[in-house]
Design a protein around this ligand. Structure first.
Ligand SMILES: O=C(O)CCC(=O)C(=O)O
Ligand SMILES: [Fe+2]
Length: 296
């Protein structure tokens, strides 16, 4: 439901999309996201997202409310299960930051440095995620994206056929302690709240009809019906194949960027940067549906 779309906003100019030199990613120009979009403009933007998996807009100047309003064009906003570091009056917007105030970090620090698709360990994983850069380091801290359509399409025929019937167990707790050594381990209550979930290993994107691999080695603990050893070899091999350099778009942040990605056909990860630099982003997430299997 596009609640923020109005008719004929006079401030819009011609929208253009510039594809990146990678199988995914496009810059969209000619849009001011601080004002409501027309239905036609939003349809154009959504079309580019569906074709390219990741889109971004430079030079934006948004209050958290304006980021939330644009985000809500893509669907109903989620309030993340980790409710620390959200705006109290606007819990749909979360802060990612390494900046400290009174000895406490003002946002989530060091999140998502492993390849993943947001909330894949939930029955209804995130649909799209948006990040808005308030301040960012001059080098490092790129966000990288892998094209999971290409990862599936470029597998040998025989393997594609075999994978289409398989299901994978996504488990938030599987490597949590190893991924986040600086955080306290998940409590039994937190673990019980987000139990492991099975999803198809190959999912169909409902808007494009295209199959995409849906796997990440630090989140998927097992392939249903396979031994641990066989599962691990397959999962690790698929992630390595999917994240080869030729399938990656690496976003170099500038303050004022708004980046949108589709979790149904991409993986992403954050990359390191010098801790002496400040990095602050606002983040929203749109609720998704249960992944559609390629074979019923
Ligand atoms: O900080 C980043 O670059 C991305 C973090 C992440 O994985 C997310 O916001 O979902
Ligand atoms: Fe993420």
């Amino acid at each position: 439901m596009n609640v923020n779309v109005t008719a004929n906003s006079p401030r819009e100019s011609v929208i253009t999309a510039v594809p990146m030199a990678a199988p995914l990613g496009a810059e969209i120009r000619g849009v001011d996201l601080s004002t409501p979009l027309t239905a036609a403009s939003f349809a154009q933007i959504l079309g580019v997202l569906h074709r390219r998996g990741v889109i971004f807009f430079r030079g934006q100047n948004l209050a958290p409310e304006q980021l939330a309003a644009f985000s809500a064009c893509f669907g109903e906003l989620d309030v993340h299960h980790m409710t620390e570091h959200v705006f109290p009056h606007l819990p749909q917007v979360r802060v990612l930051s390494n900046v400290k105030k009174d000895g406490r970090s003002i946002g989530i620090t060091k999140g998502g440095m492993h390849w993943h698709s947001d909330l894949s360990y939930k029955p209804r994983p995130a649909l799209v995620t948006l990040l808005y850069a308030v301040e960012c380091p001059p080098q490092g801290a790129d966000t990288q994206f892998a094209d999971m359509y290409a990862a599936f399409d470029e597998l040998p025929d025989e393997q594609r056929r075999r994978l289409q019937g398989l299901r994978a167990v996504h488990d938030r707790n599987y490597r949590y302690a190893a991924l986040y050594p600086e955080r306290p381990p998940l409590t039994p209550e937190q673990i019980a709240k987000v139990p492991p979930v099975e999803h198809p290993l190959v999912r169909i994107h409902p808007a494009t009809g295209r199959p995409a691999l849906f796997v990440a080695k630090d989140v998927v603990s097992q392939i249903v019906g396979m031994s641990q050893q066989e599962s691990r070899a397959l999962i690790d091999g698929l992630e390595a194949f999917a994240t080869r350099p030729e399938r990656i778009y690496s976003h170099k942040w500038q303050a004022g960027d708004v980046l949108v990605w589709d979790n149904r056909c991409t993986l992403h990860r954050a990359t390191p940067y010098a801790p002496t630099h400040r990095r602050t982003l606002y983040r929203t997430q749109v609720k998704g549906e249960a992944p559609l299997p390629a074979v019923h």
